[in-house]
Ligand binder design. Structure first.
Ligand code: AAO
Length: 513
């Protein structure tokens, strides 16, 4: 008995924070990439809360280098100059207002924490930063933090160039520069404390957790050291003793010595195999079929479900940065993309993140998008354009708002309805027609074959007439889409033509007529 209690106490002391701290029955995160704080605050109130979104991943809020060649790329926000809350998304007052208003309607805010490095070595010197703070990249001088030469890893990296030259050397990956970005010396208590102080300011404002950018480029123990210094969440919105949600960006597609599992002690990790494999399957590349998805999850060599943060695409691999390759599905391939996001949201594996993008003038030369750098929709003075809402609820000003697409939004709701229910009633035709349920709460069926589908399958659902939430939804007890009739034994007939606009159907108990 004593030993059991000791073990339980030890588990309780274990720092890792795997829970997204969402309100009950809200299960998904949306990444509102490059959105302004004011727009996010409004989106929480007018759309995310009413539609059951759990939280928002926001772009890095701290001061960054202003890059004019190319002209204000989205990636300048991954080059910190200081930890002042001051970026193209807004100032500190606007950030605080957003966190408060989102929390007040039960939508959490997760900050993208860029703490592995500062700006690039060739960032120059001056005040060309989003808040006008002076810095000198050449001298490693960032007085607005302050950091100086002592706080960087220059002496520790052993490659000739000072850059990561091989991902097969775990020391280079952690101690050298990623794409020339000045690498912070995270073994120093001063650096750890400075980072923790930045994160604590955000926690005190009401932030619910963090994406740890470039976590693979930091030693797991160094991350642990600054996480250990973090406050519990603000008790205005969270119960006492709640730790921030942590998900670490570790790209592990296999084939490199650094494994995602090394980071489990700190929190969840981004499972990049998920989107890369799902894209391959839905595109039917390499002989893959949806029937093989029967054991999706750990069965495919992914990290354990309770350690995974998953997504179909992210802000990097939707434009050829980072990892995942050509198989990654994005809004540019809308029909297949909706199927992939639908599959992800219906499947119990992992904490799910939905991408919400801006449109850019994608243009391929020799297989590479030469406009992969283009920043958010912006005005001539460089300020980010607001997100306008069209009468049909879609977004204007080149904001794509995938999270507002009916099929995706309704699957976010589906995931909430089936939360906690087991994966059940798998069916497949040995090819690309598959279906599965979530206990007796929801059911989804796909036809990704080149022929029509007409089948009777077991749904596990109570008898009744259900409204398909892909082709429409239940409104005032009427269905604006297809109807599905489930008989007393749980069986139902599904017909999906190969040329259907969206070749999948999803039903759940809250969409029963
Ligand atoms: C920009 C310029 C650079 C310039 C620099 C400094 O583009 O030319 O040197 O400024 O002036 C973003 C942009 C960068 C940008 C940076 C700073 O993506 O282009 O640099 O802001 O402005 C690695 C990291 C991963 C990182 C990813 C992009 O491990 O952490 O690269 N993602 C995060 C953010 C990202 C951000 C940063 C980090 C930096 O999400 O937005 O960068 O804060 C392999 C490795 C991966 C590695 C990739 C790419 O992947 O495994 O760890 O990701 O290479 O280098 C197959 C393999 C797969 C492999 C992949 C690509 O898929 O299976 O393992 O090929 O080779």
């Amino acid at each position: 008995m004593k030993i059991l209690l000791l073990l339980l106490a030890a588990a309780g002391l274990c720092w890792g924070q795997y829970n997204p701290n969402t309100v009950p029955k809200r299960t998904s995160i949306v990444h509102l990439f490059e959105w302004r704080w004011q727009d996010i605050a409004e989106e929480c109130e007018r759309y995310l809360a009413p539609n059951g979104f759990g939280g928002v991943q926001v772009s890095p809020p701290n001061e960054n280098l202003v890059i004019t060649s190319p002209n204000r790329p989205w990636w300048e926000r991954y080059q910190p100059i200081s930890y002042k809350i001051c970026s193209r998304s807004g100032n500190e007052e606007q950030f605080k207002d957003m966190v408060k208003r989102c929390n007040n309607v039960g939508v959490r805010i997760y900050v993208d924490a860029v703490v592995n490095h500062m700006c690039g070595a060739a960032g120059g010197s001056g005040t060309h930063s989003t808040c006008g703070s002076y810095f000198n990249a050449g001298n490693r001088d960032f007085p607005a933090v302050p950091y100086s030469g002592w706080d960087f890893n220059d002496g520790k990296c052993h490659t000739g160039s000072g850059e990561i030259e091989s991902y097969n050397d775990i020391y280079q990956v952690r101690d050298c520069r990623l794409s020339s970005l000045l690498d912070l010396a995270l073994e120093k208590d001063y650096v750890r404390s400075t980072i923790a102080e930045y994160m604590n300011r955000l926690i005190d404002m009401g932030v619910a957790g963090f994406r740890i950018d470039a976590a693979k480029h930091m030693w797991p123990g160094d991350i642990r050291a600054f996480l250990d210094k973090l406050h519990d969440l603000n008790t205005q919105w969270f119960s006492e003793g709640t730790k921030p949600f942590i998900y670490q960006e570790v790209i592990d597609l296999g084939g490199e010595p650094i494994k995602g599992s090394e980071y489990f002690g700190n929190g969840r990790v981004t499972e990049f195999k998920y989107g890369a494999k799902l894209g391959t399957v839905i595109r039917k590349w390499n002989g893959e079929k949806m029937a093989y998805l029967k054991n999706w999850g750990e069965g495919w060599g992914f990290v354990p479900s309770d350690r995974a943060l998953v997504f179909v695409d992210n802000h990097d691999n939707q434009r050829g940065h980072g990892a995942g390759g050509a198989s990654i599905l994005t809004f540019w391939d809308a029909r297949l993309y909706k199927m992939a996001v639908g599959f992800m949201l219906a499947h119990p594996y992992g904490v799910t993140r939905v991408m919400s993008s801006f449109r850019w003038p994608r243009y391929f030369e020799n297989g590479k998008d030469v406009n992969d750098w283009v920043g958010p929709p912006s005005n001539p003075d460089g300020s980010t354009k607001s997100v306008t809402i069209n009468p049909d609820t879609t977004c204007g000003n080149d904001w794509v708002c995938e999270h507002r697409w009916r099929q995706i939004r309704n699957m976010v709701i589906f995931r909430n309805v089936v939360d906690g229910e087991p994966f059940s009633n798998w069916w497949d035709n040995g090819s690309n027609q598959v279906a599965f349920g979530r206990g007796n709460k929801g059911f989804i069926i796909f036809n990704n074959d080149d022929w029509n589908m007409n089948v009777y399958v077991q749904t596990g659902l109570p008898a009744g007439t259900y409204c398909d939430v892909i082709s429409g939804q239940k409104e005032n007890n009427k269905c604006t889409g297809k109807q599905v009739f489930v008989s007393g034994d749980g069986m139902a007939n599904f017909q999906i033509n190969t040329d259907a606009e969206d070749p999948f159907i999803a039903i759940h108990v809250d969409a029963k007529l």
